[in-house]
Structure formats: structure tokens, C-alpha cells
Design a protein around this ligand. Structure first.
Ligand code: SF4
Length: 236
């Protein structure tokens, strides 16, 4: 896929976005979106479905909206509040450790600089990018499995891991072209280009997708697409 086609496909999806009932969009109204709640939600979301992350976030933030509130809870209580997110025990410890570090090093605020975020134990490059984009509106591309999968299906990139996709997209896209891409494609991946049952017959960017040739008559995704999706969704 040429870049000009990529830009056009993204513009089409932006126009369609308001019609989608995607779980990712429900975060906008579920609880107050502060730098801190966004940071904690990002940690909760890894290896966890958005529906589960959303409910866990609602329970947790009803008890603790700031790092100062959070460190008053004990680890077991945080575990209970966020269960059943993936790795909930490890995440509960990480949320407590990060909250303590925010208080001790940053007066309880989430830093907006990438190097400072990365200096906090428990925040890796992927989390830092999502936090910078979602909490601070930075023009950076936060690559998760949806972006990695969809942009490979379109043929815009040819990569094996989200990390490779991140590097490739950083090279190929200008900052303003990276902004908002995560939110848009995650919602698209939840509603239309679903990992196990892509709705190719309803896809507004079918003509841009390099997999369109294997969409069966009648519009269903052929096994070849599903195979490729399974390959691209492999745990890293
Ligand atoms: S045509 Fe199918 S596989 Fe391609 S982007 Fe659309 S839903 Fe996904």
C-alpha cells in the first residue's frame, strides 16, 4: 500500500468513527480522565480485553483517583478491585510501586517527558507511548496488536512484531499523521476488522486492503485472512 492510499484509508475511517460502538470509546465517559487514571488504565489494559479493563478501572478509581489515595490501599485490596484483568497480582504491585514513585520523585504528577516516564520502574516504551498520546495528546504512534495487525493486512507495513511496526511507522509517518492513529485503529479493530471474525463485507476500506482478494464472494473473510491474523496476533 502506498502512503497516499494509507492517508485516504485513515480519512475514511475518521469519517466512520462516530458510528462505531467500540469498547475502547467507552473509556471516554467511564471515569474522570486524568493523567494518573489514564496511566493506570494503560497498565491495566495489557493482555486484557477492553471491557474487563473498563470495569476494573471503574472499581479501582471509585476508591483511588490519585497516587496519594492509591498508596493508602494495600496490594490485596487493589488485586481484588482489578480482578480479573490479566496478571492482576503483578499489576497491583506495579500500580502501588508506580504510585509511590510518582509521589517521591514527581510530587504525585505523571511526567509528560518520555525519558522521565521511562525512568519509572514498570513503565516500558509501549506504555510510555500510549500515555504520551492518550494523556498528553502527543503526536506519537502507540502500536498495539490492533495497529500491528491491521496495517500489515493493508500491506502498508510488513513486520513481525508490534515493536518493528512502531519503528517502521515512526520512519514513514509525520508526527501529525501519527496522532490519534491508535484510538482510531483500535476501535476499527474492535468493531470491523476483528481478529477472529473480520467483517470484510461491511469494511469501508475494503478497496485499500491487500487481503481483499481473498474475501470470498458474499463478503466473508477467507481462511487465508484468518490465518494471517492468527500469525500477526501471536503472543510476543
Ligand atoms: S477488508 Fe477485511 S481484513 Fe481488510 S481491513 Fe477490512 S475487515 Fe480487515
Amino acid at each position: 500500500m502506498e502512503k497516499i492510499d494509507f492517508i485516504e484509508a485513515v480519512e475514511i475511517l475518521k469519517r466512520e468513527y462516530s458510528k462505531w460502538e467500540a469498547p475502547a470509546k467507552r473509556f471516554e465517559d467511564a471515569y474522570e480522565r486524568t493523567h494518573y487514571t489514564i496511566t493506570v488504565s494503560v497498565l491495566l489494559s495489557f493482555r486484557t480485553k477492553d471491557e474487563v479493563t473498563l470495569e476494573a478501572g471503574k472499581r479501582l478509581f471509585s476508591r483511588a483517583m490519585t497516587p496519594y489515595d492509591m498508596v493508602r490501599l494495600d496490594k490485596e485490596e487493589i488485586e481484588r478491585l482489578i480482578y480479573p484483568v490479566g496478571f492482576y497480582r503483578k499489576k497491583a504491585k506495579s500500580i502501588l510501586d508506580i504510585s509511590k514513585e510518582l509521589i517521591e520523585r514527581f510530587d504525585g504528577a505523571v511526567p509528560s517527558e518520555e525519558d522521565k516516564l521511562l525512568s519509572i520502574k514498570g513503565i516500558g516504551p509501549k506504555a510510555a507511548n500510549i500515555i504520551l498520546e492518550s494523556a498528553f495528546g502527543r503526536s506519537t504512534v502507540a502500536v498495539d496488536t490492533h495497529l500491528h495487525r491491521i496495517l500489515n493486512l493493508w500491506g502498508f507495513i510488513e513486520t513481525s512484531t508490534p515493536e518493528e511496526s512502531f519503528k517502521e511507522l515512526k520512519k514513514r509517518l509525520l508526527p501529525h499523521e501519527q496522532a490519534g492513529l491508535n484510538k482510531l485503529l483500535v476501535s476499527f479493530g474492535q468493531v470491523i476488522c476483528k481478529p477472529l471474525a473480520p467483517r470484510c463485507q461491511e469494511c469501508p476500506v475494503l478497496d485499500f486492503c491487500s487481503e481483499k482478494l481473498v474475501v470470498k464472494e458474499g463478503g466473508e473473510a477467507a481462511e487465508q485472512i484468518l490465518e494471517k491474523m492468527r500469525f500477526l496476533e501471536k503472543p510476543m
